[in-house]
Structure formats: structure tokens, C-alpha cells
Design a protein around this ligand. Sequence first.
Ligand code: MAN
Length: 348
Amino acid sequence: MDIAKRSKSNPLLSPSDLKPGIDGMEITCLLNPGVFRLHDKTWLLLRVAERPKQIEGKISFPVYNESGKIEVLSFDKDDPQLDASDPRVIKYKGQNYLTTLSYLRLVCSDDDINFYEDPAFPPIFGQGYLESFGIEDCRVATMEDGFYLTFTEVSPVAVGVGLITTKDFQHFDRKGMIFPPHNKDCAIFEEKINGMYYALHRPSSPELGGNYIWLAQSPDRIHWGNHKCVATTREGRWDSARVGAGGAPIKTAEGWLEIYHGANKEHRYCLGALLLDLDDPSKVIARSEEPIMEPIAGYEQTGFFGNVVFTNGHYVDGDIIRIFYGASDEVICSAEFSINEILHSLRK
Ligand code: MAN
């Protein structure tokens, strides 16, 4: 059952609301923001996906070349070597490329509805070979000693998880890839448990296993080990093809509550909840049978890639979780959940 209370102002942000960040490009999509509170404002670390204006019969997209400069690659749409059946990814002569280049960009708001940019806060662009196809879907863990940003690094050789730390979102410390390929959807727990740090992550093991949510442990948030699988896909259900963590797990009296995404074979993305043991988060106490949110609004069903609700950021205010989410891989929206209502749905 869909128990999300969508904002009446949805969508909050669309591609035309911002100016492109890369010379000569257009903004194609705004997606899946990381979320944090700072200076009494709500901040979204948007994933902005850009490409050049498309010309008839061609597919053109930017990448970073070896010297870190933007270069546009272009393929003929009718080239028999090209597979362009997915609007997000294309395959040419056995190599996969993304159809857009993503980077991260900050906007803030005093009312959670109207978001604006502050020029003092620079965007975060991909840097180096492992980010040459861009960086995506950043989770922001708000921790005692600063903000921990985990995001997808995409390049010709890998999809993996990168880490950046910052105290002020003006100076950044790039720590490199912390979860090697194929991995994404990494959400760090915002406090230690029995002296150790924990994170959810999503390795893919296509030959044996699948796209499952795993838990890892770390003494320092750089080096991760003691990996355990906490949630697999479920055949024939709404989360049959892939599952992945959303934003940072939320501490409740009953356990760590994680809102996760699940997609089926038709690439329909819904949200569900996982409840993990407070003391040992590798123990799953409960999991949603049915989604707590499904793509049912028009802007969630139609867009760059339709039938998608995808969240990787929220903040908590008492019983309320306010999530920000990407709808149809094109626009940014928000919705509220009651923690009690989610916990109640897990008891059934
Ligand atoms: C993947 C990621 C997300 C995206 C969904 C739906 O999980 O690339 O960024 O929102 O697919 O396309």
C-alpha cells in the first residue's frame, strides 16, 4: 500500500529550473538527491545529468577525456553496432556508455518547497579516470566529525562507490573508491554501533546471486570488511530484479529503519522498508511485503525513464521522515512518511 504523502508542490525541481553546469550542454535530468540540514536550511545534493542538444539521427553525450576535459562522443542511431534500447545506457561494439554525464550540485531551501542555488557552494564534478562517465546518486551521512558522501563512480572499467568527506560543502577531501565494482547504493549509518562503523551497499553478483543489499563494517569508514548479505530480491514480487539502500538508516526504538528501492524485471522502481537490529544490523527484523511507495503520480510514470520513484536522501523530524526523490529519472519531488506508520506496516 502506498503510504507516502506527496508534496502538493511536486515536482519541486525540473531540468529547466537550473542552468547547465557544463559549457555547451543541456540539463536532461535531475535525479536522486542526497539530503542534509545545515544553517537551518534543507540542502539537496542533486544529481544533474547533462548532454548536448541532440541532433536528428545521432546520439551524442559527454565524457571526461584523459586530460580531464569534456569531450563529446557521437554515434549514428542506425549503426548496426549500436544498441540504444535503454535511454540511460547504450552499447557500442561491446562497450557500454551512459547517454548523459552526471555531476552533483547543491540547492537549498527554507521551506522545503522553493529551492535555490548559493554561489558560495560549488558543484562537485567527477575527477580522474574512475569518474570519467560521471558521478551519481550521492548519499550524505551527517556524522559527528563531518559529512560523509558516498556516490556511484562510473567509468569504462567500473561502477563502484566513491567517498568524499567535507565539513562545510566548500572544501572536499576525496578518498577514492571504497567499494570496488560492481557496487552502488552505499548508505553509511550515521553513528557507530558497538565501536564500529557500518554501511549498506549493493554489490552485483550476476552469475550466482544477484543485485542484493549487503552490510559492511569498518573501523574508519575507508576500509570495509565483514560483509554480509541482508536482503535479496524476491522472485515474482515488486522487488524481483534489484534492491538497493536509500539514504542513511534511521534509528528508531524498534531497530534501524532503512527505506530501500526495489525494481522488478520491467524496471518499475518502488520503495519498501527494512528493519534491522539496533545492536547487530546484520539481523533483519522485518521487511515490507508490499511497497510503501509506488510510481502512481503522473510525474512518476512518465519522463526520461518512467515508472521510477528512487530515493537516497531524507531528514527526520520527530515521527516524520521527509524524503526527497527522483521521479521518472527526470524531476525532483518530496514526500512524507510517518515512522510509526511504516513500523506498523512491518508488523502485519
Ligand atoms: C539505477 C540508477 C538510478 C536510477 C535507476 C532508474 O538504479 O542509475 O540512478 O534512478 O536506475 O533508472
